[in-house]
Design a protein around this ligand. Structure first.
Ligand code: GN1
Ligand code: MG
Length: 373
């Protein structure tokens, strides 16, 4: 993307001054994101071009993002915090709109940059993982009274693992790129686990699992952490905030955080499920939600973790077989490596379900006891 193209988009927004520098931020796999520097004395901004293949109705997406951000800002103010630091601030355009559509149809939006924070693509530091789990637990709490009927479903069936399984079967039947042969082990692994895919959606359908307003992409890299204290400051990437189960958010946090390696580590010998980190994440998450979770949710948390790893593996595998049409890739076999990585993790979690269950119950009891002291 040329600087001229970026500058034209930036010009549409109410920034404090003319941009002097754009820095691409490469953490996400979907949108194109830039840090905008407007020179000394001006705040910085995040400028983003939304991927409209993935989000075909970006106006509705922005309605969600704004509604949720304002709600969280309100909660932060009530608690005596700084809403411009602990919530996302959407920057308007000069036409008082929440987005700018460029002449080529590119859909742009901007946020105020939050200062003195960092985010991490991978960390095995228990302190950071704990802080991020607390941040997602708090996020769920802040949105517990958000009017869910105001939310559009930005990506229908986003965490419907049965649908994700069906998508895989469809691309597999075509095998348009001729890549299925190379992925036989991964494909077999998934096909053997078809029954598991309906665990969450069956329980939502019959009311055993309640719906909440959930983040749905609750990975470590979507939390801004304070540079000085390491505490969670603000949950970002609100594009997939929709109704869902807490199992999704807990599961996402665990599949990303409780691994011994990055999500795309290609050397599978380095990819292991770390029960110690699982424990840390569970402690942060359950500590925040101890009064809100039901017994069925608590029982399901380990399955949530296993299923989010399985589902993410299925999605990467599907994209690899389809010819890399969804996730941004940095090298040709990136989705292949990501798929194998997540499926290895899913396999290890499956082996550890019972142990995870015991940990969850123990932590829950401890959290309840601490509170009553
Ligand atoms: C995508 O763009 P990013 O990295 O925040 C994806 C998530 C996946 C994640 C895998 C809208 O999120 O669902 O879990 O990649 N987001 C969408 O890291 O599909
Ligand atoms: Mg995301």
């Amino acid at each position: 993307m040329s600087t001229e193209y970026l500058a034209r988009a930036a010009q549409a927004f109410c920034f404090a001054g003319p941009p002097v520098h754009f820095t691409p931020l490469s953490a996400g796999h979907i949108n194109n994101t830039f840090l905008v520097d407007c020179g000394e004395g001006s705040p910085k901004y995040i400028l983003q071009r939304v991927n409209t293949e993935v989000f075909p109705d970006p106006r509705r997406l922005m309605s969600n993002v704004k509604g949720v951000s304002l709600h969280i800002a309100g909660k932060v103010i009530q608690a005596g915090g700084n809403p411009r630091r602990m919530a996302r601030t959407v920057v308007e355009t000069k036409d008082k709109d929440d987005c700018y559509i460029d002449p080529d149809g590119g859909f742009w939006r901007a946020f105020l940059e939050i200062e003195n924070v960092f985010s991490s693509d991978y960390s095995n530091d228990p302190k950071l993982l704990y802080a991020s789990a607390v941040a997602f637990g708090r996020f769920l709490g802040q949105l517990s009274d958000y009017p869910a009927h105001l939310l559009y479903e930005t990506i229908p069936d986003f965490h419907n693992t049965v649908r994700r399984f069906g998508d895989l079967q469809k691309v597999l039947a075509k095998d348009a790129m001729g890549r299925a042969a190379e992925m036989q082990d991964a494909i077999r692994f998934v096909l053997e686990r078809e029954q598991d895919c309906s665990y969450i959606i069956d329980r939502i359908a019959d009311g055993r699992l309640p719906l909440h307003v959930t983040h749905n992409d609750a990975k470590l890299s979507n939390v801004l952490l304070d540079r000085d204290t390491g505490e969670g400051v603000c949950v970002i990437d609100l594009d997939t905030v929709m109704s869902g189960s807490v199992l999704y958010d807990f599961g996402e946090a665990v599949r990303f955080g409780a691994s011994s390696a990055r999500e795309d580590e290609a050397n599978l010998d380095r990819v292991e499920f770390r029960l110690d980190l699982f424990q840390v994440i569970a402690r942060g998450f359950i500590g925040e939600l101890r009064d809100a979770v039901t017994e069925e949710e608590l029982r399901g948390l380990p399955m949530g973790a296993y299923l989010m790893a399985l589902e993410t593996g299925i999605r990467f595998l599907t994209d690899y077989l389809a010819g890399d049409v969804y996730f941004q890739i940095r090298y040709p076999k990136h989705n292949r490596d990501r798929a194998r990585n997540q499926l290895k993790l899913a396999g290890e979690m499956e082996q550890n379900l019972k142990c995870m269950q015991e940990i969850v119950q123990r932590i829950y009891t401890e959290c309840k006891r601490e509170k009553s002291l």
